[in-house]
Design a binder for this molecule. Structure first.
Ligand code: SF4
Ligand code: SF4
Length: 378
């Protein structure tokens, strides 16, 4: 098993501009990660509003010899409606990444929803052809579908060599995500698994106080996030654990936690069950900030950003409500962005959300919380 460097949430210089990548910091992070003995980078066509692959090229491909790293990227199914798009997009991706082959190439977020757009496009034959041409070493797919969906996919497509799945202790028995069951399906078909969201978009690094207390009482020397890493790093049939870092400190922590990820004992598994119950009772909106919903919103609402502020507000409570409230007010003054009450309930975003969040309903809560006189509205 390896630790992969996910490039979905790289450091940025302007918090309101996802394309403002802080290359100085990213380069240092890449160097630190490589110096620690790892070399697997994971990007995608859509990351960082379309410049994620370019960021990989500038920080890795242009700075390291090709045989020193592995790169995984993904075909953006969200925009595929015709066969004729495949070749140009694939060639653009090679150019974006600055490589002449991909080590791993995935169909990005295969789901019942994305399938409706590309159902007449033979994606599977295309990626197989690219593999035969030597442009891809291994073909795979990522999905947030449930175990039954994954089972059907792998039965119909034995050519798929590996899968990228959302697995962490909180989603292990979750009825919508079905981490455990999905992993079992992959094992059944003998497909190695790459893991995404081992910290569930940061939720498992910042658990409620009550949960942290239980973890610390059991072992004061272990960080909260170490529990999440130890959970995934000791699963069978896993080839890569992807962690995304938005700064150097997070990256160093990821490396340390991975290197020290010894197996959990029975008592610790029990503690994680208890912790999951507490977290589930506290989570307000379990958005992992993947940003899949953002491009589809006709009102240009930065959904993950305002969900993040809302969650912070709920965690901080009344003690320090002004901080997220002020940030929301500042956000509302940016040009060309929508705020929560601008939502017209078209529901397009719901189909995009891997966490199955009822976004328009959640936005109503956000609007009721922030768009009040207390926070400078009205
Ligand atoms: S339901 Fe609201 S948030 Fe979702 S896409 Fe439509 S306008 Fe945007
Ligand atoms: S609301 Fe859903 S789709 Fe949008 S960023 Fe959050 S998890 Fe991703």
């Amino acid at each position: 098993m390896k630790l992969g460097m996910g490039m979905m949430r790289l450091p940025i210089t302007d918090e309101n501009d996802f394309r403002s990548i802080d290359y100085e910091q990213v380069n240092e992070m890449v160097d630190t990660y490589m110096d620690a003995g790892f070399n697997h980078f994971d990007t995608a066509y859509i990351y960082h509003e379309g410049i994620g692959e370019e960021a990989f090229r500038k920080s890795v491909a242009e700075r390291y010899p090709r045989d020193s790293f592995k790169v995984a990227t993904k075909l953006p199914l969200f925009i595929i409606t015709e066969e004729s798009q495949l070749e140009p997009i694939f060639n653009e991706q090679l150019q974006n990444c600055g490589v002449d082959y991909f080590d791993y190439y995935l169909l990005h977020n295969v789901s019942g929803f994305t399938e409706t757009a590309w159902k007449n496009v033979d994606l599977y034959s295309f990626i197989q052809k690219k593999k035969e041409e030597g442009r891809i070493r291994h073909i795979g797919l990522s999905t947030h579908g449930n175990a039954e969906f994954l089972d059907n996919l792998l039965m119909e497509h034995p050519e798929i060599e590996f899968v990228l799945l959302q697995i962490n202790y909180l989603d292990w028995e979750d009825e919508a995500i079905e981490s455990r069951k999905c992993l079992e399906v992959a094992r059944k078909y003998k497909k190695p698994v790459m893991i995404m969201e081992p910290y569930k978009g940061g939720f498992l690094a910042d658990v409620p106080e009550e949960a942290e207390k239980i973890m610390k009482e059991y072992n004061p020397d272990r960080s909260v996030v170490s529990w999440a890493m130890r959970f995934v790093a000791n699963l069978d049939n896993v080839c890569v654990v992807l962690t995304g870092a938005s700064n150097m400190e997070q990256l160093k922590n990821n490396i340390d936690e991975y290197k020290n990820a010894d197996a959990l004992n029975e008592k610790e598994y029990k503690i994680l069950e208890e912790v999951s119950e507490i977290i589930n009772g506290n989570i307000t909106i379990d958005c992992t900030k993947c940003r899949y919903c953002v491009d589809t919103c006709p009102k240009n609402i930065d959904i993950p950003k305002i969900f993040d502020l809302y969650n912070k507000h709920k965690i901080l409570g009344r003690e320090d409500w002004s901080q997220p409230g002020n940030a929301y007010l500042n956000y509302s003054k940016l040009p060309d962005v929508g705020i929560a009450s601008d939502c017209i309930e078209c529901k397009v975003c719901i189909e995009e959300c891997p966490q199955k969040i009822n976004i328009p309903e959640a936005l109503k809560d956000v609007a009721e919380t922030f768009e009040t006189e207390t926070y400078g509205f009205g």
